[in-house]
Design a protein around this ligand. Structure first.
Ligand code: DGT
Ligand code: CA
Ligand code: CA
Ligand code: ZN
Length: 583
């Protein structure tokens, strides 16, 4: 059992309890437990096995005993029994955007729907629309969600597979016959979604390594197993390829299988111009006129041999990185250690799982100097958005807490709804009492591109709007972006001095990496925001940094790399006078 296995069981129990209409507090306890398991500093699996979970915040007695049973025996009868009350296909329904436990329960009880296939046919012959509380609109939305799922059937989000990738790497690292090991492909390039994982191992015994790869505990089925390569499918459907190469070939294979294909094509043609042929096995002179290349022990040597600076994997998309590497103008990319704090986080006041104090404690434990709170505003009533009076109470509470911290501070903000016409959910008289504000669209996302663009620009023109939240509303593999003209949004952000958020909640990663270079060049600042609804999710800033790197961002392009005093000065300065980058 891994940490993630434990957390998944607790999450699933929460879902099942919701399906059974159980007490919401009980549901919340399991969900909170899952988050605690994910974020606990120590070896929580071992602690659970040893029955040493007492005193861990977020894990009560009932959870403590269940985690002990689960970790020490690998199963939990309570979970099995709950699961047995429902058909297994029902879990897939939770993956569909816009379908909550209540609707799933109705669909199951009235129409006997127990799988996505069954749901699809019920939509197609109109049975779903006929249900009370559903209607034609809901039915169309469900069909759309099913369509999206089919379209992305073979894709996974970077965040979803990262723990799994890490586990497999850890296991393979123990293999005595593997001398070098890496995951290449889109995963190494930090693409927001990936189709498969490409493992690469240097070894003197390729056939043995391939065979052992197919017996990893995560394997559901073996697709192929040969002398130098193998492919497996994991229980979650993810395919993993392995190439076994010699030590000498490793740097070439690593470069080749990292891709992207477009980057490789451009690199190969550059090599050809210099008289070399480049492939996954080596760099060789094409004729007698070309001298042999310098010794290449590592991937970086290969780039140097071609007269290029080392190109970080995130940039290898043939978006100008080869030209920049040739002219020594690649950006020095931001790193996780540069972040000093982060904005846009939720608490129990709206739909977060943890209190102000707990969120602050976690940020402090992460070594951050400040944390921005931005709970939902009143129009997002589904998320228990705050009205004026609750918001001002929270501001007061934040000011009180700040007097108890040493070298840490909370910034009081709001994730204020951008209403249909671009006005905001709070008056300026309220917004002016906050330290900062994130403005986001959460409703009326069916407007035309023109309407949506004008609406968001109007919000950014407000002097109290510090930053724009999740600019396209996309949910990776689940919900397309709403129509919006991002070029105009970026221009408007530059003109008004509005920061754009890089929302690094794993399904969002919004603004997309493809737009950041343009934004940066126009002087738009980025804020890497986890949109955390729990303490564990604060750690998504690491994912945000990977995406920011992919967008060519440097330390100076990101607001929350600045120390507290600079942030305070920045926020005090009227918006139109703020300098996007430090001198
Ligand atoms: P994906 O679809 O998320 O798995 O994306 P990748 O980039 O991981 O693609 P994949 O797994 O098909 O191949 C891994 C890398 O191998 C790819 O990024 C570049 C290299 N590669 C694969 N096929 C070709 C090819 O036909 N030509 C070149 N130049 N490189 C290739
Ligand atoms: Ca791949
Ligand atoms: Ca592959
Ligand atoms: Zn939001």
């Amino acid at each position: 059992m891994t940490r993630e296995n434990l957390a998944e069981v607790l999450d699933e129990i929460a879902l099942l309890l919701e399906l059974k209409n159980e007490n919401p507090f009980k549901v919340r306890a399991y969900r909170q437990g899952a988050e605690t398991v994910r974020s606990h500093d120590g070896d929580i699996v071992q602690l659970a096995i040893d029955n040493q979970l007492d005193g861990i915040k977020g894990i009560g007695e009932a959870l403590r005993d269940k985690l002990h049973l689960l970790a020490s025996t690998g199963t939990l009868l309570y979970h099995q029994h709950l699961r047995a009350e429902f058909p297994p296909g029902i879990f897939d329904l939770f993956e569909l955007q816009g379908l909550g436990p209540k609707k799933i329960k109705t669909l199951h009880e009235t129409l006997g729907i127990d799988s996505i296939a069954a749901l699809k046919s019920a939509c197609l012959d109109g049975r779903v629309a006929a249900l009370t509380g559903f209607g034609a609109k809901t039915q169309a939305k469900i069909l759309e969600a099913i369509g999206l799922r089919e379209k992305f059937a073979d894709a996974f989000t970077l965040a979803a597979i990262s723990p799994l990738a890490g586990e497999i790497l850890d296991t393979l690292r123990l293999h005595p016959e593997i001398s070098q090991l890496a995951i290449a492909g889109s995963f190494r390039r930090s693409k927001e979604t990936v189709h498969d994982l490409d493992f690469l191992a240097a070894t003197k015994s390729p056939a043995l390594v391939c065979e052992d790869f197919t017996t990893l505990p995560q394997v559901a089925s073996v697709i192929a197993c040969g002398e130098t390569k193998a492919s497996i499918r994991l229980h979650n459907g993810l395919q993993c390829d392995l190439r076994a190469v010699s030590n000498d070939q490793f740097p070439f294979a690593l470069q080749y299988f990292t891709g992207s294909k477009e980057h490789n094509v451009a690199l190969r043609s550059l090599a050809l111009k210099q008289g070399y042929s480049l492939n996954e096995y080596g760099l060789t002179p094409t004729g007698d006129a070309t001298p042999p290349p310098p010794a290449i022990h590592e991937e970086v040597d290969l780039y140097h041999a071609l007269g290029l600076d080392f190109i970080p994997p995130e940039l290898r998309e043939n978006h100008g990185e080869i030209e920049a590497a040739a002219s020594h103008t690649l950006p020095r990319l931001i790193e996780l250690s540069h972040l000093r704090g982060t904005f846009h986080n939720h608490t129990t006041a709206s739909d977060g799982l943890h209190t102000l104090q707990a969120m602050a404690d976690e940020a402090i434990a992460m070594g951050l100097q400040y944390l921005g709170i931005a709970d939902h505003s009143k129009s997002t009533y589904q998320a228990n958005g705050l009205d004026e009076s609750r918001l001002l109470d929270q501001v007061a509470e934040i000011r009180r807490l700040n007097s108890t911290f040493d070298g840490f501070r909370l910034f009081a903000g709001s994730e204020v709804d951008i209403l249909k016409d671009g006005s905001l959910d709070f008056d300026d008289s309220i917004l002016s009492q906050l330290d900062y504000c994130v403005a986001s669209v959460h409703q009326f996302s069916n407007q035309t591109e023109d309407e949506m663009t004008r609406r968001i620009c109007r919000a950014m023109e407000n002097p109290h709007v510090t930053m724009l939240g999740h600019p396209t509303g996309r949910l990776l593999l689940k919900r397309d972006p709403y129509p919006v003209n991002l070029a105009k949004i970026i221009d408007c952000a530059a003109a008004t001095g509005t920061i754009i958020e890089l929302n690094c909640s794993p399904l969002r990663l919004d603004l997309d990496w493809r737009w950041w270079r343009r934004a940066r060049d126009l002087g738009v600042l980025c804020s890497i925001n986890p949109d955390a609804h729990s303490t564990a999710r604060l750690h998504h800033i690491g994912l945000g940094v990977r995406v920011a790197r992919k967008g060519w961002l440097r330390r100076e392009d990101v607001l929350n790399t600045r120390p507290t005093a600079e942030i305070e000065a920045f926020l005090r300065t009227p918006k139109h006078q703020r300098r996007p980058t430090q001198a």
